[in-house]
Design a protein around this ligand. Structure first.
Ligand SMILES: *[C@@H]1O[C@H](CO)[C@@H](O)[C@H](O)[C@H]1NC(C)=O
Ligand SMILES: *[C@@H]1O[C@H](CO)[C@@H](O)[C@H](O)[C@H]1NC(C)=O
Length: 827
């Protein structure tokens, strides 16, 4: 049986058809490529069947297909088998290697059946096709090299050499392609990791896998392979700086931001989320002072910063990621605390202040002080000064140390304690200050003598005072304190009438009360002076003196003494007068003296008994006994008169004298004027007043003269000794206490007389006798010139002493120069 193989070339070259003649049953096979166009000639079936062209239509040749579709038809005219429909080998035959389309050719008359096979040959009309155009691979970055990742292969419906033959991977560093062939012959491409993945370097890699078939020209298909590198925590957080530096003021309030640290973690997700914290073993004080925000890395102040406590802080910060096995990074933060002038300077007493003596020399150290300030250099520079004016100053000894020293003279009596205000200020801006009071006590030094309350004292003591009675008190004060102010009084010894004054006077040394030690007699001692000294108990002690003038006041302790008529011859005195005497005849004169003075010595005379009370009268003040009428023949020749003599004291002291007057014939009347006087009593009185004025003037002139002489003397002597006058006066007074000059001015009622007594006290009675002549016509007023030079001061003293009631003051207009004598008088 012959087989005709007809190869039909695509260009339909008939001459390539080999006709193999066989029986009717002989098979005819045509080979055509797939995908021929409609009308393409497969072969000349008539010829191959050995039929004439005309026979075909005559014999009704037709094709019966075994398949559903009729892909072929016969051109009856030409006898050619032509393609009527597109033939897709892949849909007809799939992957089978040969693809035959059987055809039955039926010819009638006679009926003949021929079998024709059309082999459809594959052409490379399909490329390899991947099921999906993109493939995503997740590969952990830690994956070891050499790991394989199978990919889905591509399909190519073509067969044979036109089917899938190879894979190709685009050029890359990481993967190579390996194609393995499975048991059924399919090729499986797989990626082989060549190099370690680093997500941080490149998280996604894009690959392109190309599948190629074996056709010519080859067809290809591609798919994208996306390799996503899966992160693993292979990166620790890393701080931007290993050392951060920041500074802030020490008084920064809480929650002040110090600095923000930042760490980065290259990892992804939780592996790359950074948390901040203080490093382990961070001391507690840092935790108290600062806090760090775990999310943001912001460091804030939580405590109160104090430069003086710590100038700098070093914080170790840790950053960790949130991975399960977290990694950490570290950095340190250096925080410098800046000084703020928040500390006031402090004044320190290096030594307690010493009490200082008031006579301490300038520059005596009283106390040592120091100053300090906790702040640093600028803010801590301290200036110390005294606030106010004191007799002290500050002396710098060495850095910030001062001595308080005396700067001027101190006087405890003025101020015994100083409160020194010391102020310290630093040089901050604004400066802070502080103040301290230092109390310095001033110690007493005995620099003040006691001072008497009066320059001099005047005491009046009645005569016949009780012995031991208190006379007066002197007192002195001393501004010092303690023993320096404790005063003892004493009487400086001197003599009064040749007797030590201490026998007259006693002084209570504690309180200055002065006592008389025996009673005084005015008639023997009228005035004396004592020197009292007040002495403090300081060491050395200081003293001062004062003079106490003691004036004895007269008491009416003396009875008037009758001087004339003298009672020497008996109690009765006999006087003679002529019978021819007219009225107003001065029969006699009774004279009496009273040792007292003043009122007590003012004597009055009164006729108390008379033989004939109509004949005689007694002048009240003069004691003159005169006839009231002419004597008559009837009058007794012996007239007895009892005259009472009284003084003006209280109580009155009186005495009496009896005068016998004998009336005799033949006696002549001696002085005639008396009659006139009797006749003109007013004229007589005015005459007496006139004489009195002259006498007073004389006394004044005398006193003035004496005074002027004394002053002149004094001025001369004062060139050598300034206080000669008073000293001379004093010493004279003590040396000659008996020498005395007395001026008595009776001021009780109309001025009756002025007595000036002089000379020794002891010769007083003589003086009296000399001026109390019964014959003196002007005995109403008697002036006795001082017998010797008597100091004027004494005169004045005596005048003063005589007038305790100060009814009369002596005024001197003599001197303009300050005269100690004068000032002494004014006391
Ligand atoms: C002084 O002391 C005496 C005795 O103690 C006393 O009698 C007298 O009154 C005192 N004098 C003064 C002034 O206190
Ligand atoms: C007080 O008097 C005495 C004796 O006369 C004398 O020594 C002394 O210096 C006087 N004192 C004063 C302070 O005058």
């Amino acid at each position: 049986m012959g087989i005709v193989r007809i190869h039909i070339l695509p260009k339909g070259a008939f001459w390539l058809v080999f006709l193999l003649w066989n029986t009717i049953e002989a098979q005819i096979r045509y080979t055509i490529p797939e995908e021929l166009k409609e009308g393409s000639i497969v072969g000349n079936i008539a010829k191959d069947l050995g039929l004439e062209a005309f026979e075909m239509s005559v014999r009704k040749l037709r094709i019966a297909s075994e398949a559903d579709k009729q892909y072929f038809s016969v051109d009856l005219g030409k006898g050619e088998l032509v393609v009527t429909e597109r033939i897709d080998r892949e849909s007809l035959c799939g992957q089978s290697a040969s693809c035959l389309l059987p055809l039955q050719v039926v010819i009638e008359d006679p009926l003949q059946l021929y079998r024709v096979e059309v082999e459809v040959q594959d052409i490379n009309d399909n490329g390899p096709v991947f099921l999906s155009t993109e493939r995503v691979l997740n590969i952990a970055e830690s994956t070891a090299t050499g790991a394989r990742f199978p990919l889905t292969g591509a399909k190519d419906p073509d067969v044979g050499s036109n089917s899938l033959s190879s894979y190709k991977l685009n050029q890359n560093d990481l993967f190579v392609l390996n194609v393995k062939t499975s048991r059924d012959g399919t090729k499986i491409p797989e990626l082989v990791l060549q190099k370690a993945l680093d997500r941080e370097k490149q998280a996604v890699h894009q690959l392109v896998l190309t599948a190629l078939d074996g056709g010519s020209p080859a067809r290809s298909g591609t798919t994208d392979v996306t390799v996503q590198v899966v992160d693993i925590n292979d990166n620790a957080p890393i701080f931007e700086k290993s050392l951060y530096e920041s500074s802030l003021r020490e008084n920064s309030p809480e929650s002040t931001v110090v600095i923000i640290v930042k760490a980065a973690d290259a990892d992804d997700g939780a592996n790359g989320v950074v948390q901040y914290s203080f490093a382990e073993q961070t001391p507690d004080f840092i935790h108290e002072m600062f806090s760090i925000d775990s999310e943001t890395g912001q460091i804030t102040v939580t405590g109160s910063l104090d430069y003086e406590e710590s100038h700098t802080y070093e914080l170790n910060i840790r950053a960790t990621d949130k991975a399960v096995a977290s990694l950490e990074g570290h950095c340190s933060v250096q925080i410098d605390v800046l000084d703020v002038n928040d500390n006031a300077p402090e004044i320190v007493l290096t030594s307690l202040p010493n009490p200082v003596k008031e006579d301490a020399p300038l520059g005596t150290v009283v106390a040592l002080i120091g100053a300090k300030d906790l702040d640093s250099v600028g803010n801590g520079k301290v200036r110390v000064s005294l606030l106010g004016t004191y007799p002290f100053k500050l002396k710098t000894s060495f850095a910030d140390n001062y001595a308080i020293v005396t700067d001027s003279k101190l006087d405890r009596e003025e101020l015994s304690e100083y409160k020194l205000k010391i102020i310290a200020s630093d040089s901050g801006s604004p400066p802070l200050t502080s103040q301290k009071d230092v109390i310095v006590r001033v110690l007493d030094v005995n620099d003040n003598p006691p001072i008497f309350s009066q320059l001099s004292y005047t005491v009046y003591v009645r005569e016949n005072n009780a012995a031991g009675s208190i006379m007066c008190s002197v007192s002195a004060t001393d501004p010092d304190i303690g023993e320096n102010a404790k005063i003892s009084y004493s009487i400086l010894d001197c003599t009064v009438q040749d007797v030590s004054v201490s026998s007259y006077i006693y002084i209570n040394s504690d309180n200055g009360s002065i006592y008389s030690m025996h009673s005084f007699d005015y008639e023997t001692l009228k005035v004396f002076q004592i020197q009292v000294q007040a002495k403090d108990h300081g060491s050395p002690s200081l003293s001062s003196n004062t003079t106490v003038h003691v004036f004895i006041l007269d008491q009416n302790d003396n009875v008037p003494a009758v001087i004339y008529p003298s009672a020497v011859m008996g109690s009765v005195s006999h006087q003679k007068m002529p019978r021819s005497a007219k009225a107003g005849h001065l029969a006699t004169k009774v004279s009496a003296v009273d040792a007292d003075s003043g009122h007590n010595a003012l004597i009055s005379y009164r006729l108390t008994e008379a033989t004939d009370s109509s004949l005689f009268s007694v002048s009240l003040y003069t004691g003159e006994v005169r006839t009231k009428r002419a004597v008559s023949e009837q009058d007794d020749s012996s007239q007895r008169l009892l005259i009472e003599i009284k003084d003006n004291g209280d109580p009155v002291q009186s005495t009496t004298v009896t005068v016998n007057i004998l009336l005799e014939d033949g006696l002549q009347e001696p002085i005639s004027e008396y009659r006139q006087k009797t006749a003109e009593p007013s004229r007589r009185n005015s005459k007496i007043t006139f004489y009195l004025i002259i006498s007073l003037a004389s006394v004044s002139v005398l006193s003035l003269l004496t005074f002027v002489i004394l002053v002149v003397k004094c001025v001369r002597n004062s060139r050598s000794s300034s206080s000669c006058c008073i000293r001379r006066a004093d010493s004279d007074g003590y040396k000659n206490p008996n020498r005395n000059l007395q001026i008595q001015l009776n001021t009780d009622g109309p001025i009756k007389y002025v007595e000036v007594l002089g000379g020794d006290m002891l010769s007083q009675s003589q003086s009296f006798r000399s001026y109390l002549s019964p014959m003196s016509e002007f005995s109403d007023f008697t002036l006795v010139k001082p017998s010797s030079t008597t100091d004027f001061k004494e005169i004045i003293n005596v005048i003063d002493a005589s007038l305790p009631d100060s009814t009369w003051t002596f005024e001197s207009q003599q001197t303009n120069s300050p005269d100690p004598t004068h000032s002494g008088l004014d006391d």
